[in-house]
Design a protein around this ligand. Structure first.
Ligand SMILES: Cc1cc2nc3c(=O)[nH]c(=O)nc-3n(C[C@H](O)[C@H](O)[C@H](O)COP(=O)(O)OP(=O)(O)OC[C@H]3O[C@@H](n4cnc5c(N)ncnc54)[C@H](O)[C@@H]3O)c2cc1C
Length: 302
């Protein structure tokens, strides 16, 4: 990443929300379920599957967590009613994990049972390392009570991931493997780019031995080609909405299965910041937006 881009990533929280909103637009389907349905319909028509995420990790009380549960209920219904090729992805903190383990666990079970009724599947996203143990515990508890329409995410960035794969092996888990977006201390995480890549490859090798299915979530061309080499069956590639779309098209053209992560909702800010932090050309986007608005304001006057 260029120097200016790196500097801007640090300053992103100071960028006005309307600017963040405009430049992060490409990463989010919209605010309403109808926006997500329209986006997923388009993706399905392009030969891609999807996973719908209700944005909502900034919740503060049980009522807000309940609203997220209801929104997932609506999403599961909409997927069925519109016959979309899509499942849902869910963040434990959006369901109230930080309000208490039992709150998050109970709400997750509600969503997974609803998905089961509509023959759908729930992927539990993985958040920062303060949630890893609880998230894996929830996953195991749901599987232990016979709910098999649920999968989990592991992060190559974390040093513990190979151990987590071994610990989950008896469940034959359905796992999405990703690099991990949350910056973690060196004591528990790899911080070097190549070390994270190497950990990703090792994790994938372990998962093809033990998992029932692997979602290879990355836009990194090196890891995509490693994915093709290592995973021969029971896998798919996964990418984020608005990221490296031509690379995704290319995968589909070559006959690979590709699932796109489609977030929607009113709580778009935290997710948008994380995506912009990963965009290697962030300074250019902010500059174009600012200059564009200045020009159009000027144009309006003359
Ligand atoms: C489907 C899916 C689900 C995910 N779920 C989780 C999760 O549950 N928990 C979690 O911690 N992380 C999750 N992530 C995020 C993931 O951990 C990484 O942070 C993210 O995918 C970037 O890593 P990368 O492998 O694409 O490699 P990178 O090296 O970051 O990116 C590879 C290339 O892709 C391009 N690129 C990447 N991001 C952007 C962007 N925002 N805008 C423009 N170009 C970009 C750049 O050109 C870059 O060179 C998920 C990612 C995907 C694709």
């Amino acid at each position: 990443m260029a120097l200016l881009d790196r500097a801007l990533v640090r300053l992103l929280p100071a960028v006005p929300r309307p600017v963040v909103r405009r430049i992060a637009d490409r990463y989010i389907a919209g605010e309403e379920i109808d926006d997500a349905v329209a986006t997923v319909s388009r993706l399905n028509a392009e030969g891609k599957t999807a996973t719908i995420d209700v944005l909502g990790e900034e919740i503060h009380n049980a009522e807000e967590a309940q609203q997220i549960v209801d929104a997932y209920g609506d999403a599961i219904e909409a997927i069925g009613d519109h016959e979309l090729d899509a499942n849902v992805s869910i963040k434990p903190t959006a369901l109230g994990l930080k309000l208490g383990y039992d709150v998050g666990r109970g709400n997750l079970e509600t969503v997974v049972r609803h998905a089961l009724e509509r023959s759908n599947f729930v992927r539990i996203d993985m958040e920062d390392s303060t949630t890893t143990d609880d998230t894996l515990r929830m996953y195991r508890e749901l599987r232990d009570i016979g709910l098999d329409n649920v999968g989990v995410v592991l992060q190559a960035r974390l040093r513990r991931t190979l151990e987590d794969i071994a610990a989950l092996a008896d469940l034959r888990p359905n796992v999405r493997i990703c690099k991990g977006i949350y910056l973690e201390p060196e004591s528990i995480a790899y911080t070097d780019f190549e070390e994270i890549r190497a950990s990703y490859v090792r994790s994938l090798e372990a998962l093809v031995e033990t998992a029932s299915f692997v979602g290879i979530a990355t836009h990194d061309e090196f890891l995509i080609s490693e994915g093709k080499r290592i995973a021969r069956e029971r896998y798919e590639f996964q990418m984020l909405l608005g990221v490296r779309e031509s690379l995704g098209q290319e995968l589909v053209r070559r006959g690979e299965r590709l699932r796109i992560y489609v977030p929607f909702g009113r709580q778009w800010y935290e997710y948008s910041l994380r995506r912009l932090q990963e965009n290697p050309r962030i300074a250019g986007y902010v500059a174009t937006d600012t200059v564009g608005r200045l020009l159009s304001r000027n144009g309006g006057r003359s």
